[in-house]
Design a protein around this ligand. Structure first.
Ligand SMILES: *Cc1c(COP(=O)(O)O)cnc(C)c1O
Length: 456
């Protein structure tokens, strides 16, 4: 039997933990992010067996590779079957170019994949230990609703979500505030950065340490394993596995958690020819690729692909770690990674809002392909890559662009470009008739802290 898989912190100043403890801790005490010390492999045989599997069965095989030390396989099977009860369409657009729609979950965003599994894993470990946990998270929209829905009704977990009162859309707000039970939503009279700062202060506050506080945002290791599974799904459903066909993925990226999932899939054995890192005008990573100098963007630039308005992706420290370097939480590089190899494996490109809108328009005109702004950044990035690397753009080269949200989440942008409103998926219907529950607080840490102490 192999030794138990442990998780190290990217800042290297925390002792290694098993998956359960890394999951429940969230951010490592040295402010680094947890990473698996080795990445388990999928054999060629295991990959080809997956060609006829359902999604949850693939999730089970992949999950077992990481979690077998900590969860019996039969319990994990129940958990993934319950988490992944929706479809993951792979839509052919032309030649061997596909869109993978990750928008069929309960909040119509790809964040459902990670949130649903993470919620169930946390619940599983807490009930075994008979423990309780408070999840505290700040959101600019999509993470909050995915977490709220995924954790809704779980017995051992209370969830508190802070959002900037004026920075989320009505639809995003209603996806969070129409739940109740163990979910508390707080509107803060401030910006996303203010919410984030309050959450960080609460985690570091000794007066609140009587509570088991954890976070569920993209820094949590519990998000990465589920986010590797749909890459493996796409590959095994579309590729000629026996010929070891390779694949290109384009990933619309903000905090780079999604891309990290892809890199895990590659390291497990999926023959990825190239990842296209498609960003909006927050181009700190494409610039790093070009110049070798990493510089965060403060404040981040507002773009229509709003979930990707990130000027310093926290998962960069994981990517740097994967390529042998060390980057701390503020983006300072302490040891250079193998940038040449990173450039070979990944092409990074920044797209403007204008290009994003043109892409929504041309995809619809040419292929009746309906994209929302994030997916349009990905689709456009894929084609930029084809002009830079013409060998990637041949008709028989398998390529998949991830569509990370449902177009109906962005009706204003789509209507402005295409002149119609996208149809609502089942998951977004009926929100208007539900009652909303939320608290409003001033942007003031002491008020927030008093609130936490009174209520929890
Ligand atoms: C969060 C999000 C992204 C960015 O994902 P990262 O993992 O942060 O790179 C892209 N699109 C949508 C719709 C999102 O909600």
């Amino acid at each position: 039997m192999e030794e138990k898989l442990l998780y190290y912190s990217t800042n290297l100043k925390t002792k290694k933990l098993g998956f359960r403890d890394a999951l429940l801790t969230g951010l490592a005490p040295d402010r680094g992010l947890f990473m698996p010390e080795r990445i388990p492999k999928l054999s060629a045989g295991e990959l080809s067996d997956m060609a006829t599997m359902q999604y949850y069965e693939i999730a089970h095989v992949v999950g077992n590779k990481f979690l077998a030390d900590e969860i019996p396989s039969s319990d994990l099977l129940k958990l993934v079957k319950d988490a992944y009860n929706f479809s993951i369409p792979l839509e052919r657009v032309y030649d061997r170019k596909y869109i993978m729609r990750l928008d069929q979950g309960p909040t119509a965003s790809f964040k459902d994949f990670a949130a649903r599994m993470m919620g169930r894993l946390m619940q599983y470990f807490l009930s075994v230990q008979n423990k309780k946990l408070v999840i505290l998270t700040a959101t600019s929209g999509d993470t909050g609703s995915a977490i709220a829905n995924a954790f809704y009704g779980l017995d051992n977990i209370k969830v508190i979500i802070l959002y900037p009162e004026k920075e989320v859309t009505e639809r995003q707000r209603k996806q969070m505030t129409t739940l109740d039970k163990n979910i508390s939503i707080i509107a803060i009279n401030g910006k996303f950065d203010d919410c984030q700062a309050m959450v960080k202060r609460a985690f570091a506050d000794p007066e609140l340490s009587y509570q088991e506080l954890s976070s569920a945002n993209s820094i949590n290791i519990g998000r990465l394993i589920p986010q590797s599974m749909y890459y493996i799904w796409a590959y095994t459903q579309l590729a000629d596995i026996n010929k070891n066909e390779n694949i290109i993925f384009s990933v619309p990226s903000g905090n780079f958690g999604d891309l990290m999932g892809g890199l895990i899939a590659k390291n497990m054995g999926v023959p990825v020819k190239r990842f296209v890192i498609s960003t909006n005008r927050n181009d700190e990573v494409p610039v790093y690729w070009q110049t070798g100098k990493y510089k965060t963007i403060v404040p981040s630039v507002n773009c229509i692909s709003s979930a990707m308005n990130v000027g310093h992706p926290s998962n960069m420290s994981r990517i740097v770690a994967l390529y042998g370097g060390i980057m701390d939480e503020i983006g300072k590089i302490h040891k250079e990674p193998d940038l040449e190899k990173m450039r070979q494996h990944m092409y990074a490109v920044s797209l403007s809002d204008e290009t994003t809108r043109e892409t929504i328009k041309s995809a619809w005109a040419n292929y009746k392909l309906l994209l929302e702004p994030h997916g349009a950044v990905g689709w456009s990035g894929l084609h930029k890559n084809f002009t830079i690397h013409p060998q990637d753009g041949t008709a028989d080269q398998l390529s998949v662009c991830l569509e990370t949200a449902h177009p109906a989440k962005f009706p204003e942008e789509i209507n402005a470009v295409l002149g119609f409103d996208p149809d609502l998926p089942e998951s977004l219907k009926g929100l208007d008739d539900k009652t909303e529950n939320f608290e409003k607080l001033d942007n003031n840490y002491d008020i927030f802290k008093t609130f936490l102490k009174d209520k929890f």
